[in-house]
Design a protein around this ligand. Sequence first.
Ligand code: NAI
Length: 402
Amino acid sequence: MSKKMKILLLENIHPAAHDLLRAGGFEVEGMSQALKGEELKSKLQGVDILGIRSKTQVTREVIEAAPHLLSVGCFCIGTNQVALADANLHGIPVFNAPFSNTRSVAEMIIAEIIVLARQIGDRSREVHSGHWKKTAAQCYEIRGKTLGIVGYGHIGSQLGVLAESMGMRVIFYDIQTKLPMGNNRSCPALDALLSESDFVTLHVPETPQTRNMIGAAELARMRQGSYLLNASRGTVVQIPDLAEAIRSGHLAGAAVDVYPEEPESNGAGFECPLRGLPNVLLTPHIGGSTAEAQEAIGREVATSILRFATQGTTTSSVNFPQVELPRSGNTHRIMNVHRNVPGVLRDVNKIVSDRGANIQGQLLSTDADIGYLIMDLNKDVADAVCSDMDALPTSIKTRVVY
Ligand code: NAI
């Protein structure tokens, strides 16, 4: 790193991230709370990189008030607390941790499949209330049963491996062609999966196609006595239709972790048509909430930040052209974000040739609005080339690492 960069970590980010960033040469300041508005703007003065979780709102005003900010790390999955398009226009890549809680969600689904098949939730509630009801009626092993996974991405495919090791048959449906793991089998259509599965579990993102994807018609296609699990997004299932399918006895149970509207803070007063129904597990969006996932998130985002700070790598960014260039030996590296207009590369190459520099590595990637260029140059001219490039009217941000 060219100088000791300063990173401000808000919202109690996991100590693993502090440790990694300190070891990587950062000056780290940590705070337990979120900051907003003027307080956030003034705290950002002199800060190179900001780390947040879901509560700190990085709005356009905040971004405009922090011209030196190089990057934002979201130590969580979602990134809609950041004005991503404005960050892009200001040359600020935003990183998150899309895979760090994959395993946690998959494990919770395995647990819930067994709990539903054995009605353990209801039995536990009864014994807690002093009621003894020992029964084997409608209680099953999961061995040999069919699990239908809708959305075979990170979570879906990890779950397929775990379920198979428990003796389940696994089928999946995805809009993309996916490599089946183990003996998992791809299903050509959602309807076929619904009618073939004993358990249907949803692991799709929220898109216009997945909104209300499972309603009365789809539930009717599911097998009599089957189970539905949703730990994806609350809008994927029409909850009143699911409640009706449970009440009518068509479904034998359900597990729901996500809801169309979720409270912003913990406390009483949560309403849902599924409350009180038999063999229905309701959890407060905790699929990914484990100590291991928190630590993994800390490590994953800190690693992305370090790679960006030291190498300019943006490959895991959510709002930026993706660039990763192996470092050429004995060079200095210039990183330049510019407006994506014709002629920028010509201007850059003219600067390089006017300064008599030798380019040892160069990579450019663009999106609709910006271009991002990484260039390795011989050491004696890198500073001069960097300041010439910074002065170009098309340049948004330029820096050099030694
Ligand atoms: P992913 O992006 O790796 O996988 C999603 C898969 O769904 C992709 O393979 C995609 O092709 C597929 N897909 C998209 N539209 C589809 C459609 N209409 N029909 C069938 N397949 C479709 O995502 P990942 O990491 O596996 O996460 C899945 C979901 O789990 C997301 O909605 C995420 O928000 C949610 N999630 C929930 C957590 C919780 O605490 N309950 C924690 C982590 C993720």
